[in-house]
Design a protein around this ligand. Structure first.
Ligand code: MN
Length: 134
C-alpha cells in the first residue's frame, strides 16, 4: 500500500494547450504498471472546458458538483450534474467542461494503452461550446 498525503499532491493548473479557461487538477495519478487506470479530479470554472480529444481505451466521468456540458462530435451537447456518470467509448471524439454559468467538477478515469490514455485535438471554439454552430 502507498498512502499519498494531500500535502504531497499540490493543485495544478491544467495546460492551456489542452484546456480553455480556468481548470484545476487535483490528485492526478498515472498508473504504475501493470495497472492501467489513471485519472483524477478536474475542476472547471464557468466557461472552462477541455479541447476536443479521444481516449484509446475510453473514459469514465463521475460528476461531483456543479453543472457541466459534454458533447460527442456530431451529437447534441448534453447537460450533466452531480451524481451523473458519463462513459466515452474508445476513440469517441468529445469534450467536457463547465457550463457558461456554473463551475463543474468531475472525477475522471481512463485506462492507458501503450502508456497513452488521451489524444488531444483542436480547442473547442466559443461558438461550438455555446452550441451556436447551427
Ligand atoms: Mn475525455
Amino acid at each position: 500500500m502507498k498512502l499519498i498525503p494531500l500535502t504531497e499532491q499540490p493543485t495544478n493548473d491544467a495546460s492551456a494547450d489542452y484546456f480553455t479557461g480556468n481548470v484545476r487538477l487535483d490528485g492526478f495519478f498515472t498508473p504504475p504498471p501493470p495497472a492501467r487506470a489513471g485519472g483524477g479530479l478536474v475542476t472547471f470554472a464557468a466557461g472552462a472546458r477541455t479541447a476536443w480529444h479521444t481516449h484509446p481505451a475510453g473514459q469514465r466521468l463521475y460528476i461531483l458538483s456543479g453543472l457541466g456540458w459534454v458533447q460527442v462530435d456530431g451529437q447534441p451537447r448534453q447537460t450533466v450534474r452531480a451524481g451523473d456518470t458519463v462513459w466515452f467509448e474508445p476513440g469517441e471524439k468529445h469534450w467536457h467542461g463547465a457550463t457558461n454559468t456554473h463551475a463543474m467538477s468531475h472525477f475522471a478515469i481512463a485506462e492507458a494503452i501503450e502508456g497513452r490514455s488521451v489524444d488531444w485535438l483542436d480547442h473547442v471554439t466559443d461558438a461550438a461550446y455555446l452550441n451556436q454552430n447551427d
